[in-house]
Structures are given as C-alpha cells and as structure tokens.
Write a protein that binds this ligand. Structure first.
Ligand code: HEC
Ligand code: HEC
Length: 280
C-alpha cells in the first residue's frame, strides 16, 4: 500500500507527464541556486531562516516542533546522519517513501533548513515516546494486531506492514491512529503532478449490476481505482463502469482502541511501535 506501489498502478502517460513537470521544476530550481550562490558565496547557513522555512515546507508532516506527525521525529537525526546527508535528503527525498524531494528550495535555503535540524538535539526531544516498549510488545501480541499487520514477515496483510513504522511516523500520530483509526490519515505528497493523496482512504464502489465492494484505496488514476477489501483481496474497477463510487472518510477496517486500551497502555504500544525501524 506504499506510495511506490501506487505509482506502479499509474498509467505511463501520467508518469511521463509527472516526469516532464518534475524536470521543468528542477531547471527552475537550478536557476534560483545560481542566483543565491552568486549573491552570497561564503555566508554561513542561517538556522533561524531555516526554522521559518521548516514551518512552511516540512511541519505539515514532521510537526511544528519537528517532533513528528505523519512523518518521523527529526530531533537527533542530524547527529546520526550528519548535516550533509540531511541536506541531500531534503533535495532528493527518500525513494519509495512519503518523503518528497524539494524541487523549489534553493541550495542556500536547503543549507539553512539542515542547519536548523542540526540544532535539534535528542535532549530536548518533543517527539520521544513516553511508554514502555516491552509492555507495548506484550499488548501488541495480546490485542489481535497481528491478524491484520505484518512485522518482519509475520502476521496478516489487511493493514499496512508495520516493520518500519517507527522510522516513518511520529508518536503523536501513531497514538491518534490507534485511538481513532480512519481519522488523522497520512497525506502523501507524491501523487501525479505532486498532488496530495490521502493514504488508506476507504471507498464503497457499486457496480452496474448492484454488486458492492468496500475497501481501502491502494491505487487510483482518472479512469481506474483499486480497492483492497477486508479479506485482503484486490478489486480493480474502471470508473465509467461503476454505478457509484463514494469516499468513506473517517472509516477504517481497524477497530478503535480508545475504549479497549487505557491511555498508559496506548503509550506503551506506541513506544513499541516507535522502536520498529528496520525492514528486516
Ligand atoms: C509529505 C510529508 C513530508 C514532507 C512535506 C516532508 N517530509 Fe521528511 N519525511 C517524511 C516521511 C514519511 C519520512 C520517513 C520516510 C521513511 O523512511 O519511511 C521522512 C523522512 C525525513 C528525514 C529522514 C529521517 C531519518 O531519521 O532518517 C529527514 C531528514 C526529513 N524527512 C526532513 C524533511 C525536511 C527538512 C522537510 C522539509 C523541507 C521534509 N522532510 C518534508 C515525510 C515528509
Ligand atoms: C481488522 C484489521 C486490523 C486490526 C485488528 C488492527 N489494525 Fe491497525 N490498521 C488496519 C488498517 C486497515 C489500517 C490502515 C487504515 C487506518 O489507519 O485506519 C491500519 C493502520 C494502522 C497503523 C498506521 C499505519 C501507518 O502506515 O500509518 C498502525 C500504527 C496500526 N494500524 C497499528 C495497529 C495495532 C498496534 C493494532 C493492535 C492493537 C492494530 N493496528 C490492529 C487494520 C487493523
């Protein structure tokens, strides 16, 4: 259900158009870079300006305090990866994930944002999970999560694979998603033409013969949509062949855990999810 899988479903004509617009934007950005490099060849990066740029370009996914949201917590990241690597991530994005590369930020703006992230150490970390990951793991095993989710190859596939969920999202977002599945769904920025795309949105499709299918959207373009039903089965439709196609915002196959787990239990579960950071 990742963005990359969605991309495979997009007809080539869309991919070609997206590439064409991407190429156009790159040449624009290069123009800006040339300008700003000429204006200020040796000025050190300015983390204060980086903070403002972060608020405009990154906070929707990484949170206002960079403590994470749809995207991961960034405190301490520069200490691990190094500022140059952060700069390169900002420019190129991370392939196969929801982290987009920027085609509009200049070299200098990128350096300023990386300098701001470089100042966010883990000591003042707003995005750290507060619960106990060991208790969280036990709760994961006793709450039926693995019927729908896979971790390191074990479990079901109705819901998304959670093997790397701690690298992909912040704790606040994960807690909200457990309390109220279907709400707070992540917005991905790499649909055709850079459009925003709500992940895991549910739809109800009714065919002309009255047969109805309810499922999570795993792919869509102008003429087709692919839904995954509660059994994990994929259903592809041509939109003109449908009697109706309705979004079901707020709905999810995942049960709500707001009533069944206490707030401290949810924190423990989130702490466990946050340590899941590698695909192996
Ligand atoms: C559309 C949402 C979105 C936007 C906008 C976004 N990011 Fe990300 N970012 C992500 C996601 C999701 C990941 C995690 C990708 C993964 O590894 O699964 C990520 C990962 C990263 C990482 C790597 C973290 C690590 O621990 O390896 C850095 C650094 C980063 N983003 C910086 C930024 C900066 C700076 C901006 C603004 C210029 C930005 N991001 C804008 C979603 C976003
Ligand atoms: C009946 C199937 C089902 C069960 C049981 C279930 N989930 Fe989910 N889960 C889903 C589906 C479908 C989604 C995607 C839609 C959504 O977020 O509401 C999801 C989403 C998630 C996400 C967000 C994934 C992302 O990429 O952002 C997390 C985290 C999660 N589930 C954890 C859990 C945990 C922990 C449990 C057990 C306490 C659990 N789920 C039980 C089906 C399930």
């Amino acid at each position: 259900m990742s963005a990359i899988r969605y991309f495979r479903l997009v007809p080539w004509v869309f991919v070609a158009c997206a590439l064409a617009t991407g190429a156009f934007r790159v040449s624009q950005a290069t123009g800006q870079e040339a300008q700003s490099a000429a204006a200020s060849p040796a000025t050190p990066p300015d983390p204060e300006q980086g903070k403002l740029l972060f608020a405009q370009n990154c906070s929707t996914c990484h949170g206002a305090d960079a403590g994470g949201g749809d995207g991961p917590n960034l405190h301490g990241v520069a200490a691990v990866l190094g500022v140059p690597a952060v700069q390169s991530i900002i420019r190129r994005g991370i392939e196969g994930t929801a982290m987009p590369g920027s085609t509009t930020l200049s070299e200098r703006e990128t350096a300023n944002i990386a300098a701001y992230i470089g100042k966010l150490d883990s000591a003042t970390n707003a995005g750290q999970a507060t619960g106990d990951p060991h208790k969280g793991e036990a709760l994961y095993n006793s709450s039926g999560c693995s019927a729908c989710h896979m971790i390191a190859g074990q479990g079901g596939s109705i819901g998304p694979d959670l093997s790397r969920i701690g690298a992909a999202r912040g704790p606040t977002n994960l807690k909200a998603r457990l309390q109220d599945p279907g709400a707070n769904l992540p917005q991905v920025g790499d649909g055709p033409f850079g459009s925003r795309w709500t992940q895991y949105l549910m739809y109800r499709a009714v065919e002309k013969d009255g047969r109805a299918v309810e499922g999570v959207r795993v792919g869509e373009d102008s003429f087709t949509i692919v839904l995954k039903d509660l059994g994990g089965k994929l259903h592809g439709f041509r939109k003109p062949d449908l009697r109706s196609l309705e979004k079901e915002p707020g709905k999810s196959f995942m049960p709500r855990f707001r009533e069944t787990l206490s707030a401290p239990q949810l924190d423990d579960l989130v702490a466990y999810l946050m340590i899941l950071k590698s695909a192996q």
